[in-house]
Design a protein around this ligand. Sequence first.
Ligand SMILES: Cc1cc2nc3c(=O)[nH]c(=O)nc-3n(C[C@H](O)[C@H](O)[C@H](O)COP(=O)(O)OP(=O)(O)OC[C@H]3O[C@@H](n4cnc5c(N)ncnc54)[C@H](O)[C@@H]3O)c2cc1C
Length: 417
Amino acid sequence: MASAPSGTLVVGAGQAGLSLVTRLRDLGDDQAITLAGDEPAPPYERPLLSKTYLRGEHDRSSLFLREPGWFEAQQIDLVTGDEVVAIDRDAAGGTARTASGRSIGFARLALTTGAASRPIVVEGADLDGVVSLRSLTESDDLARRLRAARDVVVVGGGFIGLEVAASAQALGCRVTVVELTEHLMGRAVTPELSRFYRDAHERRGTTVVLGTGLARLDGRDGAVTAAVLTDGTLVAADVVVVGVGAAPRTRLASRLGLDVNPQGIVVDRQARTSDGVTVAAGDCAVGPNPFLRGLTGPTRLESVAHADDQSRTAAATLLGQNAAYDAVPWFWSDQGELRLQIAGLSMGADLSVLRGDPASETFSVLSFRGGLLIAAECVGASADYVAAKRGLEKGMTVDPDAAADLTVPLKRLLVPA
Ligand SMILES: Cc1cc2nc3c(=O)[nH]c(=O)nc-3n(C[C@H](O)[C@H](O)[C@H](O)COP(=O)(O)OP(=O)(O)OC[C@H]3O[C@@H](n4cnc5c(N)ncnc54)[C@H](O)[C@@H]3O)c2cc1C
């Protein structure tokens, strides 16, 4: 029997969904909350899946974002392993149906459905040993395969592909990264940082092939044996990790008639979708760039910080409070022992200043537009990162001519913009 339409339903029990329900309780919401997820596990730290957890340096139980009793204590009904497959709603609320036939009534609805790994469309893509990495289940599977593998090919030189490459390298595999463009992490970082990472991975023994695509995958007895590149090179492979990005999961939003485009579920600064009552947040959503010093235009960010910040805004919106999402984006990526921390967004930069020597593997790249600091990419340089992030949050900048001077801590170079 369907439950009465009251309370809040949050579809997607990942980073954004958990932040959203946590915020609802923090804001004093005492109505029923259901957090519905299709994965078997309760919400967990996805970033570790390509890093310490993949390498076996982090135990499974410490991945989980909340203690086992937390949901009950907060009176949040956590549903796991049951996909929400249909939703009916009007302005007053509605009912959702799950794959197992469960019916969940709600007065308020949030979509935090995340993103799904993009597949590759080449001959051999369905061979055993060709995998992608998004979920805990996939990380467990990849960890098992890497321990038995000698040759690993990573298709796609983005953050996740490179983190997996570094982890596989650390586990003793021979690793080749194949990237279609001329730049690793090209969409998200400056050319200076991209070059540094190519050199750093190569120094550690990983082969990096740029400007080359994947033509097909060869196999024997149903299992992958080699990747054939578009230039004809054949690279031996026991495991092929496909890391060519993720597509927002928008099917439910489309069925609800919400505005959706290839970038995601369209939201406004309040995380409100086009029907004016449903909210969406995290990897599934595209909205105005929250970084007011950044480029204008629709932006979809894939990061823990973004999922958390946008969800908190979405929670406030659901409770009728006026909150706008305008956080300075930040991000980290651990590739082996190299820790990258990024504050701001470097897209649209017209000037980059190097602070420190990349050869030392401790340095920062500061990006400017129109003389204003817009981003700091810091490798092993946490003090620079913390200073830049705080500076950007306070609306400050750095004189580009002084920025390279390592004798002065970055925090002392910050001045009002
Ligand atoms: C391997 C990996 C490494 C990463 N490393 C970093 C990093 O170092 N730093 C960083 O900032 N970010 C990192 N990220 C990105 C970060 O994890 C994501 O941006 C963040 O998890 C987004 O949160 P989300 O809640 O929007 O999506 P998700 O965490 O993906 O959660 C969405 C959840 O909704 C579920 N779902 C979808 N549809 C339905 C449905 N119909 N019914 C029920 N459940 C549904 C999904 O299965 C999923 O569990 C990494 C991501 C991956 C995959």
